[in-house]
Design a protein around this ligand. Structure first.
Ligand SMILES: [Zn+2]
Length: 218
């Protein structure tokens, strides 16, 4: 269903059905049926570890947004991710956030993956968030090597992320951590912990697509 068509404008990017109207942004890349599957608001994540103050997801991992982001990541389609990122920013701009944020931290990918793809998916998604949320992007988290999370078992993911993320500097204030997909939540949990340990007063989480409403604690 989510086979991605490389040529923009040829059809729906999710299902290839001809797009009958030209709308701006992601909506203009989707057919009517797929457009109607776009979520209309952020959903609050539940059962977060105590070091994540609150969390939100724009859509489900198995839904339209999850499918688009997976296809774009693994198909190397930076343009699709950019449209999805603009959609995420639009959702964020209209959301009634419970607090102001001082900085937005993208979850870092591995250098090897970034070099292979030519872009960092989370950075592409997060690019428009500063204007929407009113806080600057700050790549304050670094990742020490390690295997990519995709394809790992649940236990493997947990072991993989323990100690894999560290803050590059001392930080302060209220942070919004951003990731593309949330499955076990182990990565988000480890990154939030790294920010808290580096001095962040609070860390909230925003993901594009989540497989469940809960985040696994480490
Ligand atoms: Zn479609």
């Amino acid at each position: 269903m989510f086979e991605l068509y490389a040529a923009w404008g040829q059809g729906c990017v999710a299902c290839s059905t001809p797009v009958e109207t030209r709308r701006p942004g992601l909506e203009g890349r989707l057919c009517l049926a797929c457009r109607q599957q776009l979520p209309t608001a952020l959903t609050e994540l539940r059962r977060l570890p105590p070091w994540i103050a609150a969390g939100w997801s724009a859509g489900g991992y198995s839904g339209l947004l999850g499918g688009l982001v997976r296809a774009a990541k693994y198909g190397g389609q930076e343009g699709v991710l950019a449209e999805v990122g603009a959609f995420l920013a639009e959702q964020a701009a209209h959301y009634d956030w419970p607090q102001d944020f001082d900085a937005i931290a993208p979850v870092p990918g591995t250098v090897a993956r970034r070099l292979a793809r030519g872009f960092d998916p989370v950075m592409v998604l997060a690019r428009h968030l500063p204007g929407a949320v009113g806080a600057p992007l700050d790549c304050a988290i670094s990742r020490r090597g390690g295997a990519p999370q995709a394809g790992q078992s649940h236990a493997g993911r947990l072991a993989n992320v323990r100690g894999a993320y560290t803050a590059k500097k001392r930080v302060s204030g209220h942070w919004l951590l951003v990731d593309d997909v949330l499955t076990t939540g182990a990565t988000a949990s480890a990154c939030a912990l790294a920010l808290r340990e580096a001095g962040a007063e609070s860390v909230c989480l925003l993901v594009l697509a989540s497989s469940s409403a809960s985040v696994q604690t480490l």
